[in-house]
Design a binder for this molecule. Structure first.
Ligand SMILES: Cc1ncc(C[n+]2csc(CCOP(=O)(O)OP(=O)(O)O)c2C)c(N)n1
Ligand SMILES: [Mg+2]
Length: 348
């Protein structure tokens, strides 16, 4: 895999590729969800690509990230394979979490992706925990916790940032301010113009950057990473961004109008980065069109792979729950295996 790095021409191409992959993945995930092929809920990242990819471009591959409920973009930014991600969305055994997690729970610890999750504000405590273990073992990675504007007011977020600051842990808190928590505009959630001002309460640096500009995000996160690695503790980076789709697929969006969406699209993160690469002579429009078609077929292949894959066996419900499996769970797994799961829970 090509290294993601905005300082080299190859790295910039890779950043563009990952942003385009996120958009294509989420567009198709939305379509397949509408067709009833994907169970549960999906929250799409379209419009916010520069935040996830800009953040990961400032990290090393062995750094950690902890995600949100809107996590597909973070996974692709960290280098996960759309094929196994799509299989996870479809609930198939070949998915990253054997089909037991779905859209909101994709994790790949080996790739440094500690997990998306459905609990708003759960990324920061995971990042603080990972940062504590890095610090304790004297390693030099960092851990990023992503959170939304809505999550900034969540209690566990305060606890996580407070501890990371007090113990000078190598954590970075990236606030994706997409201007809404479900249907509530940010100004009705917080009495602040810049959410990064909350960093003052923890005596850590807080910066607000243009989250539609991948370079601005990457520069702020790179500075935060240097500070974290120097043992000076965490930073909060607020990236001002916008989600083009509803809060979840199926959201009727009575809380905003099309003009607002169109205004944000004028600063589209992919278009603006593509234009910059064309201006630098590193890309032509034709090459970009080819890249888009290539990625569309990668996503089509991912869909085919996911459709053809098998669902997990019912007994898999009892696997991967504890490091040391208690014997009674083994019993339930055996029951599920012999009767297909119909009476797996009926053991008294
Ligand atoms: C602890 C908790 N409270 C409430 C919810 C319901 N919920 C899911 S997403 C969401 C809004 C989150 O907004 P934000 O943090 O801005 O993230 P965004 O969806 O905009 O990316 C809420 C309230 C939840 N999943 N978990
Ligand atoms: Mg939000």
């Amino acid at each position: 895999m090509t290294e993601l790095d905005l300082d080299s021409a190859d790295g910039r191409q890779e950043a563009l590729r990952r942003m385009v992959t996120i958009r294509a993945f989420d567009q198709e995930a939305g379509n397949r969800f509408a067709d009833g092929e994907i169970p549960g809920f999906v929250h799409l990242y379209i419009g916010e690509e520069a935040v996830g990819v800009g953040t990961c471009a400032a990290l090393e591959s062995d750094d950690y990230i902890a995600s949100t409920h809107r996590g597909h973009g973070h996974c692709i930014a960290k280098g996960l394979d759309p094929k196994y991600m799509m299989a996870e969305l479809y609930g198939k055994a070949e998915g990253y979490c054997n089909g037991k997690g779905g859209s909101m729970h994709i994790a790949d610890v080996d790739a440094g992706m500690l997990g998306a999750n459905g609990i708003v504000g759960a990324g920061p405590p995971m990042a603080t925990g990972a940062a504590l273990s890095i610090d304790y073992q004297d390693r030099d990675e960092v851990a990023v916790g992503f959170l939304g504007d809505g999550a900034v007011a969540q209690g566990q977020v305060h606890e996580a940032i407070n501890l990371a600051s007090t113990w000078d842990l190598p954590a970075i808190f990236v606030v994706e301010n997409n201007h809404y928590g479900e249907g509530t505009p940010v100004e009705k959630q917080h009495n602040l113009d810049n959410l990064s001002d909350t960093a003052q309460a923890y005596d850590i640096p807080g910066v607000t950057v243009d989250g539609m500009d991948i370079t601005a995000v990457a520069e702020a996160v790179a500075e935060a990473r240097d500070r974290a690695r120097a043992g000076d503790g965490p930073t909060m980076v607020e990236a001002q961004t916008y989600r083009y789709r509803g809060h979840y697929e199926g959201d009727e969006e009575p809380y905003r109008d099309d003009d607002e969406i169109e205004r944000w699209k004028e600063q589209d993160p992919i278009e603006s980065f593509k234009d910059r690469l064309i201006e630098r002579g590193e890309l032509t429009q034709e090459e970009f069109d080819d890249l888009e078609s290539e990625i569309e077929s990668t996503i089509d292949d991912a869909i085919e792979y996911a459709q053809a894959a098998d669902y997990p066996e019912p007994s898999a419900a009892y696997e991967d729950m504890f490091v040391d499996q208690p014997p009674e769970l083994q019993h339930f797994a055996n029951v599920a295996r012999t009767d297909g799961g119909a009476n797996g829970g009926d053991h008294r």
